[in-house]
Design a protein around this ligand. Structure first.
Ligand code: BEZ
Length: 208
């Protein structure tokens, strides 16, 4: 079963560096940045874990809980976290799933045929407080993720929910947004009293 946008994120119970979590309960009223990486004690993963820890305040500001995963044990994770903190000058506080048996990696299709059968690729799932999958992204083992983009898509998703808008290519917070085609001009007048620009009937922009 693929984990697709719009579906309920599969639930699971698993041991982590912060104790056992029941995923759907653990989500609470938060958003989740759930991300896998191939293995502990590897260089790219060390930088990604460090970056996630460094961005703790940015995630918290957006009501997002990070949750890491790799197919190693809690003991290995805890030893490696010391290296992450030392080399990336941070204090990693978020939980990392210990998925030694690859149960969750299989459930979320993080093991890709043609890659190492014992290691997860770099999957990202952004999950909302309704437990719905809102974004998926997959990077190969040898390319670290762009954390500016991860924060940007979270901002875009949260703005889309709050203001009934869509965001154009390369959108950044503060830029103009797009009025989705599902909103009629009449509705748009109510929703966006500040006004909007019609470039084409299907391409309308505004500021929120
Ligand atoms: C890394 O995190 O550095 C890495 C892990 C698996 C394959 C290649 C790189």
């Amino acid at each position: 079963m693929s984990v697709l946008i719009g579906q309920t994120a599969p639930d699971f119970t698993i041991n982590t560096t912060k104790g056992t979590i029941h995923f759907h309960d653990w989500i609470g009223d938060s958003w989740v940045f759930f991300f896998s990486h191939p293995a502990d004690f590897t260089p790219v993963c060390t930088t990604e874990m460090g970056r996630t820890a460094q961005l703790a305040e940015e995630f918290a500001k957006r009501n997002v809980k990070p949750l890491g995963l790799s197919t190693d044990t809690v003991e290995e994770h805890l030893t490696w976290i010391k290296d992450v903190n030392e080399t990336q000058h941070t204090d990693l506080e978020f939980p990392i799933v210990a998925d030694k048996n690859m149960d969750i990696a299989d459930l979320y299709e993080m093991i890709h045929p043609g890659e190492n059968p014992n290691q997860a690729v770099r999957s990202v799932f952004i999950i909302d407080p309704n437990r719905k999958v809102r974004l998926t992204m997959t990077y190969p083992m040898n390319v670290g993720r762009n954390f500016d983009e991860i924060l940007r898509v979270i901002d875009a998703l949260q703005l889309a929910d709050a203001k009934t808008v869509a965001t154009p290519a390369d959108w950044k917070p503060g830029d103009e947004v797009i009025i989705p085609p599902s909103v009629s001009d009449e509705e748009a007048k109510d929703l966006f009293p500040q006004g909007f620009t019609t470039i084409k009937p299907y391409l309308r922009t505004t500021r929120v």
